[in-house]
Structures are given as structure tokens and as C-alpha cells.
Design a protein around this ligand. Sequence first.
Ligand code: WTA
Length: 703
Amino acid sequence: MGAVEEAQVSEAQIAVHWREEEYYYPPATFIAQANAADPAIFERFSEEQFPECFKEYADLLTWDRYWHTTLDTSNPPFWKWFVGGRLNASFNCVDRHLAKSRNKAALIWVPEPEAEETKAITYQELYTQVNEFAALLRDFCGVEAGDRVTFHLPMVPELPVAMLACARLGVIHSEVFGGFSGAACGERIADSESRILVTMDAYYRNGELLDHKAKADEAVDRARELGAEVEKVLVWRRHAGEYGSQTPMVEGRDFFVDELMSDHRDKLIEPVSMPAEAPLFLMYTSGTTGQPKGAQHSTGGYLAYVAGTSKYYQDIHPEDTYWCFADIGWITGHSYIVYGPLALGTTSVMYEGVPTYPDAGRPWRIAERLGVNIFHTAPTTIRMLRKLGPDEPAKYRYRFKHMTTVGEPIEPDVWRWYHDVVGKGQAVIVDTWWQTENGGFLGSTLPALKPMKPGSCGPGVLGIYPVIYDEQGEVVEAGSGRAGNICIRNPWPGIFQTVWGQPERFVEIYYEKYCRDKESTAWRDWPYFAGDGAVQAADGYFRILGRVDDVINVAGHRLGTKELESASITVEEIAEAAAVPVMDELRGRAVEMYVSLKPGFSAGSDVEKKVAKAIETEIGKIARPKNVWIVPDMPKTRSGKIMRRVIAGISNFADVGDITTLANPEIVDEIRQQVQSEKVARGETPRELSPEEMEEIKAFGRE
Ligand code: WTA
């Protein structure tokens, strides 16, 4: 059977198997109070109104100077939004709320230890802290507009303070997720050429006070190896005046922030008026090849986009208590814990620790105590809470009007538990599909105006016009039951501006595939390639199937196979390595590594441990593989390329597909025998895969 025929058969089968889920309708009480309850909003954001429709989002902000051009497409795909405008993000998130809401909580921080007191930070206090930290950055560190500063901070209020302090100065911040290793942080420092690292001595995670400063030393060393010298490391202390790390402070390089702050007490820093197009921050993310890339986000377009989507899709009103249970080290936290909610002047809750500490009732106790009415989290957290405490939500008196799921596909079953048990059948749910590169939501239902459908994110959001293309660039029609590559036909204000320092990769990765005419300055010729597979139902709702590139989404964290493989081959014994996703009940996907040894070395459990350790050192604990399989050889094409989809098939007990093009087809059975019998022995046989999951495995690592 030819490849084309084979593809058609499998697509037809999918069309038969994909079960349509029933709609759920928003409660009348929600509709009555919603920010977007009039269907006229769809008209205002229709394609005919593009790009001027986004004025509505930009007008949620306070501009120092109004812009003259909404969208400049003269140098595609480097779109410019709100050209001529000037503003300051820190002013928009803090200062402008003082007149009315000085004494209202901007942030409520919940430490992980339950005995420790919750801290409410008013807009006035936030203003003071942001100013003082900005003064320290400017006067002590000598940074100015356009410089980069790297943070490696956990979920503590000092993180939004540091972000807003940078924004106040026009300094570009680059936060590295606290769970990443020191080495991973060092690589990001070097890539962004930051001279300053802001970190914390320690933080709580699962009941343990983790030494975090140790990672700063590793980060500085790695950055130095890569040719970047960190001049100053600013260390916040988790407990004032008490140092929670075992690592010594380095004289002349490391400084305790609480000690320095007294020199900057009550200093006020005038917010620097920045062009709309000035970069606000970098967020590193994994992609198809090579090292993580720095997605560069703008000030005006980004802030307008997160404010607008927070208002209409999160339905945030200033008097709501909004809790996005995500980490600020990821884009979700930047957009929907810090910038979006604070731009709207609401109260944003932050929690330091893990969902199930000390037990699976913790999130619901927090929600009850603080009166949280909007809740936002990822499927991984929902799955975990469902598994460990399916009946816990009913024990608490909180009441959500609105809930979000983000970051991974959510299984309809898990969705229903979220709706019925966590939401008590009374909250609307938005399933928001988007990416680090996008700034804010791309696909979601508008909660008061469109019904929900478990497992589908919904249509494109306001002002976003998605399309599914096949490999040849033909449109895959809604309702055809066929999967393809989801793209966005138009630019939008939240789209990142470039890959930091690598504009050619920006064009190549996101625009080359479907660009119709490279000479054209019409945005219609430049669809954005998202790198996700999707199907569109007849009602226009999208179901996202997952990445079509070599990215594994573990618990909502994007990990590049290339990064995992490079880390593995730092182990002396390893000749070759391949990373594949395996279905995981809690994390959605987990990583399995296949490695082959150099001649003269023999397999043993210490090799497995070394590989796991190397991954932890190079990337971080979140990337630890579920299994490391030491195999005699990898299945390869005649040109020597490792066929990841074949080993992904083995790991998931799925069809390995066509192997006739392999140089060594006999190895497939040998590996299958080895891996699957061991998995059966360990009780790791997977449940039956859904048609979507089967498609994902088949597409994994495709050429
Ligand atoms: C996946 C997170 C299904 C997708 C905001 C995307 C989703 C990647 C959803 C981006 C969703 C995100 N349903 N899949 N609602 N949201 N994804 O950059 O594969 O960390 O490409 O951004 O997560 O992950 P990132």
C-alpha cells in the first residue's frame, strides 16, 4: 500500500472513530454578569474589521502617547502593532490603579507551609516595592532600557515585583522556570547576554525547603563557559534575615536583596515611557531543533492582548478574586497571573507549592478561605487532584463562576470531573489553546456566548482566524474528520516579535512552511504555523491533537527531544540517544529515553541512573525520564536518521507503522520484545489509546 493510500485509510478511520461530545451551556447567572454577553462583539472582531478591531484591546491601557498605525506589515513577518504609541507596562499594572484601589490586594501570596501566614500585597505596597527594586536595579546594578536581566525565581511575590521593576525601567526580563537546573539557567543567561541574575536562597516544595541558590552558582559557571560573565547575583531570602542555602555567598558578586533595599527605601522611579514596539520580556521555549529559543514579546501589543483576553475570556472584573494556579516561570503565569490581571486591576492569587501538599484538599481550602471565584489551571493538576482527592471539592464552600484549562489536551472524562465536581456544575469552563510564542489565547469559547464541548478548545478567539492546512498547503475543511496542521491566517497583537538574536529562525520555523509569496507585504500571504496537529468539527470547534514537531509536552512543559538527547550523550557510555513520549495517566505524556552504548561498555542500572541524572542536571527534574532503555541499536533509515515514531510505537504498545524503509528492520522486533516484556513485568501496560493519541504517536518525529 502506498503512503498516500495508507494516509487516506487512517484518516477515514479517524472520521468514523471520533466521537462528538455533547455541548454544555453557560448558566444564566454567569451570562448575566459576563464582560462579553452581547453577540455584537463577534461583529466588532470580524475579519472585515481587522486590524482596527484590536483598538478595543489597546484602549484598555493607558498610553503616554497614542499610536498612529494599528498594524504595520511593511516588513513581514515582523509585524508592528500600535506604531507610534508609547506606554509603560509597570505604570499600567500598578500606578494607574492607585487612585481608586490603593488599598486593595493586587497579589495574595499563599506560602506552601499551611501554618505560614498568607500575605496580601496591596496596590500601594506593590507600587513601593516595585519602585524600590527598580531603584536598586538602576542605581546599584546600572541597568538601563534595552538591557536584559535574568531571573531564576520560584513562586514568590518577589517575582512579579522584579518583573514590574524591569518593566518600569524598560529593561527586558527573562524569567527561567525555578524548576529548571542551574545549567539550563546559565544557557539562557548566555543567550540573552544578561549581566545580572536575580534569584532566591530557597523555597518550599512538597514540604521541603529546597536549596535554590546552589543553582545560581551552576548557572554562572555554565554562562561563563559559554562566554557570558554574570556581574551580580541578587539573592532574595525566603525568610527575612535567614539564609536558607548551604552554598556560600560569593564576595563582590552575590548580594542579599533585603540588605541592599535599605539604601533604596522610598525611592520613586519615573516609569520610562517605552515605544509600543520595545521588547518587554523574553521567554525561552523548546522547539524542533537545537537549544531553547527566546521568544521576544512586545510592550504595547502584548499588554493590550493579555488585558483584552483577560477581560473577555477570563471574565475578570476588578472585584473578582482570580487564581491562576500555574507557575510564573511559564508564559501562562506571565500573561494570566501577572500582566493581564494586574492591567485590569484585579486581585491575583499566587501559591508557592504543589497542589497536593499536604493533601489533595489544599487548593479548595485556599479557594474557600480567599473567596476565589475564577480558577485557572492545567489538565495535569486536574488529573492529579482527581486521582488523589476525587471527593475533596465537595467538602469546601468555595464557588467558582469560571474555570480555565490550559497547556495540554484535556480528556473529556477529566473535563467532566472538572466541570461537575470542581466547578460543582455551576462554573463555565474555557479550554484555552495557545503557546509561549503567542502571548495570549488563540482558541477558546467566549464563555457567555458559546457552549462548551469537552476536549475541544472551541473556535479561534476574537480577532484570530485559524485554518487547518494539510502538508501540501490545501485547506482541510471543517467537519471532514481529517487532521492537519493548525495555522493562524492573520497577525495579532500578542504574537512574539522574533526569536531573540535569531530572526532567521523566526521566519523559518513559523512562517516558511505556508508562506505564499516571500515578496508580499500582505499579511494574508503569511499564515503562522503553530506546530500543532488539529481537527475541526462541523461546528467550527478545534480539537488540538498535540505537537507535530519533536516536542514532548510533559505535564504542560515543552521539552525538546534534541535537548533530552544532548543531555543523555553527555554520559560517557552513551553513543546515541532518542527521546519519545509515552502516555502517562497523570502527566499526559512522560519521556522515555532509548540509548545505545559505545563499544566496550556494558549495560547496567548505573547507566540508566547516569542518563536520568544527566537530564536532571542539564534541564531539570521535570524532564526526568520514566524509563531509560539500553538497546543494541536504534531503528534507522538508510540515511542514518533515528526513526522516533517506531520506538514511540513500541513504548506505547501501538502500531509501529511502515518499517520497510529502515536500514535495520530486524532490530524493531528485538527492541519490542525487550521493552514490552519488561513493561509487562513492571505492570506498565498502557490503557487502550484513543484515535487522537494513535495519530500523535504516528506523527511523532516525522520527517
Ligand atoms: C499545547 C502553553 C491542547 C499545544 C500556553 C501547544 C494545548 C503547546 C492547549 C504550547 C490546549 C496548549 N489544548 N493542547 N488547551 N494549550 N497546548 O508554549 O501543543 O508551554 O503547542 O504554552 O501546548 O505550550 P507552551
